[in-house]
Write a new protein. Sequence first.
Lengths: 519, 114
Amino acid sequence: MTHLPALPILVPLLMGGLLVALRSLPPALHRTAAGLTILAVLTIVLLLASATADGTVLAYIAGNWSAPFGIALAVDRLTVVMLLLATIAVLACFCSATDGEDAQAPHFHALLCLQLAGLCGAFLTADLFNLFVFFELLLISSYGLLLNAHGGERVTATTHYLVVNLVGSALFLISVALLYGVTGTLNLADLARRLPLLSSTDLPLAQVGLALLLVVFGIKAAMAPLYFWLPGTYHAASAPVAALFAVFTKIGVYCIARVFNTLSGSPAALELVTRSLLPLGLVTLVLGTLGVLAARDLRALAASLIIVSSGTLLAAFGFFSVGTTATALFYLANSTLAGAAFFLVASLVRLARAEHEDHLNIGTPLLRSGMLGALFVASAMTSAGLPPTSGFVAKLGLLTASAREISGYWFWAILLTSSVVILVALARSGSLIFWRPMTAEHLRLASANAALGRTAATEALRVSRGTTAAVVLLLVCGAALTVYAAPVQRYLSAAAISLAAPTRYIDAIFSVVPVERRP
Amino acid sequence: MELLLSSGIGLLTAVGIYLVLRARTFDLVLGLTLLSYAVNLFIFASGRLVIGKAPIISTTITPTLANFADPLPQALVLTAIVIGFAMTAVLLVLSVRGYADHGTDQVDGREPRA
């Protein structure tokens, strides 16, 4: 048994603990340590990717307790994709935070490491209670990152976010207890084996437990009507943290896909979930689109785009078919990158426009904003799904796959309408910020500055090199998704097939033999 | 005993939800604490209610659940208590900071308009 699957959790967890203990070390050292940790996790994830590329499921039993008694971790292709996305998001957050956000609070990098450990744990674990523990780990570090030694608006937003998640945790524990009460196990693989054997008296309890689980994951995934925490939280967060949070809703989506697909062998217990996921996703999509139209500043617009992508994903997973799942995974990768990039671009625009921040109104003109404008256009096009970006490939795939499904026409109608609305909203915000007509007075002021060789736009990019690098990193990853669309989609289709037929995942967890200990 | 425990859990949950829905941070802290008590008792009950039986297997008695208490929910409760405790501490810190910043314990940081 190799210890590789446990490393993405252990390495950042240890480093996070160390950094908390060694707080007196100079900030530059903290920064280096965190950066190296993230790169180490990236390397481990790539190793895991090469170990599972042929469809192998790597299972790991913590503490040498064989399944279903101990906690099991399992890595398959889907897990690797999620780990990779999470690490990229954390890396983007790290790059962007080097502009000065990490100097605001003494424990920023420690929290970032713990956050990474929590994210990796939530993707790796195959045990429901352990999933709860990792949720709490990533949440408690996200409260710290969100607050980051600020007061005022952030305290209010963090309180809201915290309370919503605490209530969510209570529901999670209730559903875990219900499932344990009827099946006597919390191991995902063991649950998948025992749920179909339930007596008809226990079945309603299991149904309620699984429906509660959908509510809990729905809170994380920003599913309607449970997403009201999201706009306020993301609006209050600093740019690097908001970019990191772009991966948060995907945890909920991943858990929905993983848990309910692994348990799909017992359709009776899952009936409530399978029926409601598609309609709930579509409602989320509609409400998120309305939010995009109503947004008054770029950050609010970016937050609504996250809700839109969540709605699209939930609806696509709601078909519970291999075709839509495969294309939804491509969309998931694309929307995580695009969502994070958009938040960072919004922060650059906010910096450049000084007193007008990122409000969608006519302000001081942004002269010589070619680079900033290009970053905005690229991330907006990826978000809206215009060719030749990966957003277009993702949406095209989703539409093609859903055309084969019953009630796919609802998905078509809503997704296409929402795309047009998003395109209009993004075009409007872009032209307001970069292209609007300017008065003679505005122009005189701005060109006086431009004569000195610097404008607000170039100045903003110069001050925030890290953020610019993070945006470029995310956009390059997006471009790679477009260029390598065919191999990526093949890989994701294989991941979707093994997700929908989880026998291999289940068998792998049970087949790990504990290591023999010799005295 | 079943009736007592289930009505106790129900009462704690009801009071907890009522308090959580009040928009004051002090009430929120109390409400979430009560809610987590209810949840802890509920997890405990998922291992079935038994009296006077040990959760640790001894060699002299046949190791079936009829002779022992289920140890797993007890371990789960312990974890849930610790995590709930930490989260309550974070919420308390936030509440105090919010009160200091805004001068009110209203969760939105401002008094509702009358």
